[in-house]
Ligand binder design. Structure first.
Ligand SMILES: NC(=O)c1ccc[n+]([C@@H]2O[C@H](COP(=O)([O-])OP(=O)(O)OC[C@H]3O[C@@H](n4cnc5c(N)ncnc54)[C@H](OP(=O)(O)O)[C@@H]3O)[C@@H](O)[C@H]2O)c1
Length: 262
């Protein structure tokens, strides 16, 4: 069954920025069908039912939502998600590689690096490669879009800037993974340019989410982190083509407009 709707896949969408983006996209258009990627189907279904039973100040849900089991660190899961999308919709119009981790438990550097890169880099790369044939069948006017949710912490250019607001945040392995994601995005921008695809990395800013666990969430709440709805709104604008000018630039598309140097 081919679909007339715009089919949007978001990874790691049962929580935080991903889940807020599911809601914001659904509010934006009845023509969107959002595939909520979750490594646990149970968590994904729970997130949908909570979203559906909550009243939303920004308006009702209009676009449809369904769960896709997707663990980006598991090649089998990636390929079965691709097959499921192909069998049901025949195409994909927007891919948002949002799943990401920070390893917060104490462990040796090699373990930390492997786990961090497995999800934040390898997963995004392998999933994009797997769904490329579906993106080739996109019917979206002005699309398709590939959006990699990165971070200003992955900007090499600002790492040694004494004025950088987050210069005191260490997170070496996380920073390295987002820098690698940025290079992947630059390669995707180059590789897909002749097809007219829109590709970017995106900086969501410092937000309230579960990225650094329950304690980290509390720290975020008490230290002025912005609501995850803010980057969700910016991601909707990207999907709607309102940030195409920034996507044409070289750099990380910033939540607040413009780009940050790679
Ligand atoms: N929050 C910030 O301040 C901030 C700033 C800059 C960039 N970011 C980026 O924003 C993205 C979203 O993070 P968030 O802040 O919204 O954190 P979050 O609330 O922890 O959400 C991360 C999501 O990724 C999922 N995930 C983790 N490993 C996965 C895997 N192997 N396969 C599939 N899904 C997986 C998690 O699922 P489970 O629930 O199953 O763990 C969760 O749904 C990340 O890429 C992060 O690096 C966040």
């Amino acid at each position: 069954m081919a679909s007339d709707k715009t089919i949007i896949l978001i990874t790691g969408a049962n929580s935080g920025i991903g889940l807020e983006t599911v809601v914001a996209l659904s509010q934006a258009s009845p023509n969107f069908h959002i595939l909520l990627g979750a490594r646990s189907v149970e968590k994904g279904e729970k997130a949908i039912s909570e979203v559906k039973s909550t009243s939303h100040p920004a308006g009702p849900l209009k676009g449809t939502i369904s769960v896709v089991q997707l663990d980006v660190s598991d090649e089998k899961s990636i390929h079965s998600a691709k097959e499921q999308i192909e069998n049901t919709y025949r195409k994909l119009d927007v891919l948002i590689n949002n799943a990401g981790i920070v390893v917060t438990r104490p462990c040796d550097t090699l373990t930390n690096l492997r786990e961090t890169f497995e999800t934040n880099v390898f997963g995004a790369m392998l999933l994009t490669e797997a769904v490329e044939p579906l993106l080739k069948k996109s019917t979206m006017s002005g699309g398709p879009y590939i959006i990699h949710v990165s971070s200003s912490l992955g900007s090499i250019g600002t790492r040694l800037d004494p004025e950088d607001k987050y210069k005191g945040v260490r997170g070496d392995t996380y920073r390295m993974s987002k820098a690698a994601m940025n290079m992947m995005a630059a390669c995707h921008k180059f590789n897909y340019a002749e097809l007219g695809w829109k590709v970017c990395t995106f900086n969501p800013g410092y937000c309230v989410s579960n990225l650094t666990g329950p304690e980290g969430r509390e720290v975020r709440l008490s230290s002025g982190a912005r609501p995850a709805r803010d980057p969700a709104d910016a991601l909707v604008e990207i999907v709607q083509g309102k940030r195409d000018g920034d996507l044409a630039k070289s750099g990380i598309v910033d939540i607040d407009g413009g780009v940050i140097q790679w």
